[in-house]
Design a protein around this ligand. Structure first.
Ligand code: GSH
Length: 205
């Protein structure tokens, strides 16, 4: 049997989609959460000096999306054909672009970066959010299934549903995107995902 060890900080962040793929699949794994005090001693031993990190029978794999794609392939959450898989990857890459565009706002909001949160919200976050969520809304209309791509769950549904849930919990205005609010609720009420959300460690982000 394959042994999975997943290492990340004690937060959702870039690690949560991986944990949700494993939860959906019912796959046992070691959920290794390191503290900021432990991290400096581990950093140089990781492939790129960052977390998350998945170890598969002791072999390390870094980069959250590479890990998600690898596990999604193992657990059939990559779409039903190569074309769907490519569409999932396109949305995932766009999600990274949006995250980079809005990074200064998210960092300031978490207390990790400089700047006035309200100014960054208006100038940085809201334009990026509106642009990206318009793309997501088009994807939902195109699939017509309630899932972003095709007619079944893929890992990008898990990633976007969690991000939307985090934004909603912070009071974000989804008035223009009720379909994405519905999407988040639908995905997060899938029994395996709901069970994970109900039992996972409570962290601020
Ligand atoms: N592109 C990487 C991924 O998606 O996995 C980014 C990873 C990343 O930014 N990791 C941060 C980290 O390891 C935590 S979210 N920070 C500690 C450090 O850089 O020393």
């Amino acid at each position: 049997m394959v042994a999975y060890k997943f290492t990340y900080f004690n937060g959702r962040g870039a690690g949560e989609v991986v944990r949700q793929i494993l939860a959906y699949a019912g796959q046992e794994y070691e959920d290794n959460r390191v503290t900021m005090e432990e991290w400096p001693a581990l950093k140089d031993g990781t492939p790129f000096g960052q977390l998350p990190l998945l170890e598969v029978d002791g072999k390390p794999l870094a980069q959250s999306h590479a890990i998600a794609r690898y596990l999604a392939r193992e657990f059939k959450l990559n779409g039903k054909c190569p074309w769907e898989e490519a569409q999932v990857n396109a949305l995932a890459d766009q999600f990274k672009d949006y995250s980079s565009e809005a990074k200064s706002y998210f960092y300031a909001k978490m207390g990790f970066g400089p700047g006035d949160v309200e100014t960054l919200k208006k100038d940085v976050f809201l334009p990026a959010f509106e642009k990206f969520y318009t793309f997501l809304s088009k994807a939902l209309k195109k699939s017509g299934s309630g899932f972003l791509i095709g007619d079944g769950l893929t890992w990008i549904d898990l990633a976007i549903a969690q991000h939307s849930a985090d934004l909603l919990a912070q009071g974000a205005d989804f008035g223009k995107f009720p379909d994405l609010k519905d999407h988040s609720e639908k995905i997060q009420s899938i029994p395996q995902i709901k069970k994970w959300i109900d039992t996972r460690p409570v962290t601020p982000f």
